[in-house]
Ligand binder design. Structure first.
Ligand code: ADP
Ligand code: 5GP
Length: 194
């Protein structure tokens, strides 16, 4: 496995809850953190760049990376595959750089088993209604995709008690502050690992 002196922060929770928004704010305040760029077989949204937002792979490429054991976790979400590449973690963690993963719940569970020292944070919506409004308001997914994501979200929200830390993203500034405090305090307490 990964021999790490850096911390891993797993940020999970349903699509549309605000994980990306919160992580962008966290990274602005703490540029010493590295955000792992995931691999996916879904198509790029307008404006998304390969290697920056995701490593966009074909199904065959994704299979080849699984066969090569290149993933620390991978999962199927809404008919597409997503995974965290080992290469996004290893050198950073070895040199003490904390790494943030933004992943869905199945992947977070895999990381919990393979890297129990990772700090796991579940971002919860104030209600399913507000989650629906955020997903619709983001404007990146059509109605059918929003419905699929909301269906997955119900099961994901039921899993929230599995996670060591839960932040309800109601008032954005409050959630931003809670996440920043958690990351700052964890790093200050441990430097790297416990
Ligand atoms: P995720 O990365 O979890 O899929 P995003 O960060 O893309 O979610 O957020 C989904 C939408 O919700 C975006 O349009 C974002 O601006 C909005 N949003 C995020 N946090 C809040 C909040 N606390 N209140 C209202 N809208 C929010
Ligand atoms: P989106 O299509 O909206 O970019 O992402 C869909 C879901 O996949 C989100 O919940 C997102 O957090 C999750 N996701 C993104 N990257 C990864 C990854 O590397 N692994 C896993 N398991 N989930 C991911």
């Amino acid at each position: 496995m990964v021999f790490a002196v850096g911390r891993v922060f797993v940020i999970t929770g349903p699509s549309g809850v605000g994980k990306g928004t919160l992580i962008r704010s966290l990274m602005r305040e703490m540029p010493e953190l590295a955000l792992a760029v995931s691999a996916t077989t879904r198509h790029p949204r307008p404006g998304e760049r390969d290697g920056v937002d995701y490593h966009f792979l074909s199904d065959a490429e994704f299979d080849a990376r699984i066969a090569a054991q290149d993933f620390v976790e991978h999962a199927c979400y809404s008919g597409r595959r997503y995974g965290t590449l080992r290469s996004e973690l290893e050198s950073r963690l070895a040199s003490g750089v904390p790494v943030v993963l933004e992943i869905e719940v199945q992947g977070a569970r895999q990381i919990r088993h393979s890297m129990p020292e990772a700090v796991q944070v579940f971002i919860a919506p104030p209600s399913l209604h507000s989650l629906r409004e955020r997903l619709k308001g983001r404007g990146t997914d059509d109605e059918a995709e929003v419905a699929r994501r909301l269906q997955v979200a119900e099961a994901e929200i039921e899993a929230k008690d599995e996670f060591a830390h839960v932040i309800v993203n109601d008032e954005l500034s409050d959630a931003e502050e809670q996440l920043k405090r958690l990351v700052r305090d964890t790093i200050a307490a441990g430097g790297g690992l416990d």
